[in-house]
Design a protein around this ligand. Structure first.
Ligand code: NAD
Length: 260
């Protein structure tokens, strides 16, 4: 059963579609009847997802590579005849280290995947959308880009820049019919956060206690927000970063929510 968001037949690209939030987003949009093109750097996982969702096209690429991102536009034009939506989910987590312990090349790699990747992917999609004078883009930011965090010196600042990029591009493109918004997920259960839990970098119980809704989020809850921002239900929304975080950013107290 589909919702009444009107996404059936919409031509949509999802980057980072092989895992986590991107995978669940691709699944949701496919179930809504969207015409899907999928991109990820993990060829094997991407092949399996494209098979599962009967995607019209999929291709392996690195979002930090301009040619790979521009190829998205070529695929949109040739395989699906245009582009109505992009959800840019490709991303990597931080190394979680104090400022003086950070290797600057590793710092640069995370900034590149996060910010350069977002800019190149959004620009490539908009090239097609601006010709049509229509389209909606959703970029994945993070609550780490909205709040200060120790030991997150590449990821957090780069995600903050993704939110600012979203504002700037909205100012530049909205008059031409292209909307762009960002989503800032809180702590969502995906392979990315599973790895951080396994490595002892985050503690699930502490996170749940600090979250007004008392739990981590699910990838489908982020996917639904993207579906809304892609659809005409958000027709007068552009340039915003929407937290999907169970109230994490809203809470300003110290310690567990229940003790206040
Ligand atoms: N999971 C969370 O709690 C959380 C919270 C805030 C923001 N986010 C953001 O949401 C997005 C998705 O995160 P996730 O948790 O689903 O992660 P994930 O690791 O499960 O999936 C990320 C996907 O991106 C792909 N990818 C990574 N680098 C790439 C590159 N250079 N080019 C192309 N593909 C690449 C990976 O192969 C993988 O399939 C990321 O931008 C992440 O920063 C996640």
């Amino acid at each position: 059963m589909t919702s009444d968001l009107g996404l059936a037949g919409k031509r949509i690209i999802v980057t980072g579609a092989a895992s986590g939030i991107g995978l669940e987003t691709a699944r949701l949009l496919a179930s809504e009847g969207a015409v899907m093109v999928l991109m990820d750097r993990d060829q094997r996982a991407l092949d399996a997802v494209a098979d599962e969702l009967r995607a019209v096209a999929h291709f392996c690429g690195d979002v930090t590579c301009e040619a790979d991102c521009e190829h998205m536009g070529t695929v949109a034009r040739t395989a699906i005849g245009g582009l109505d939506g992009l959800v840019h989910c490709a991303g990597v987590s931080d190394r979680v280290a104090r400022a003086f312990d950070i290797d600057i090349d590793e710092w640069q790699r995370i900034v590149d995947v996060t910010l350069r990747g977002a800019f190149l992917a959004c620009r490539a999609a908009a090239r097609v959308m601006l010709e049509q004078k229509s389209g909606s883009i959703v970029a994945l930011s993070s609550i780490r880009g909205l709040i200060g965090s120790p030991r997150r010196h590449a990821y957090g600042p780069a995600k903050a820049a993704v939110s600012m990029m979203t504002k700037n591009l909205a100012c530049e493109w909205s008059l031409s019919g292209v909307r762009i918004n960002a989503i800032a997920p809180g702590f969502i259960r995906t392979p990315m956060t599973d790895r951080l839990v396994e490595d002892g970098k985050i503690d699930e119980k502490i996170l749940a206690d600090r979250t007004p809704m008392g739990r981590m989020g699910l990838p489908i809850e982020v996917a639904r927000a993207s579906a809304f921002l892609l659809s005409d239900w958000s027709s007068y929304i552009t340039g915003v970063t929407l937290p999907v975080d169970g109230g994490w950013v809203a809470y300003g107290g110290a310690g567990p929510v229940a003790t206040h």
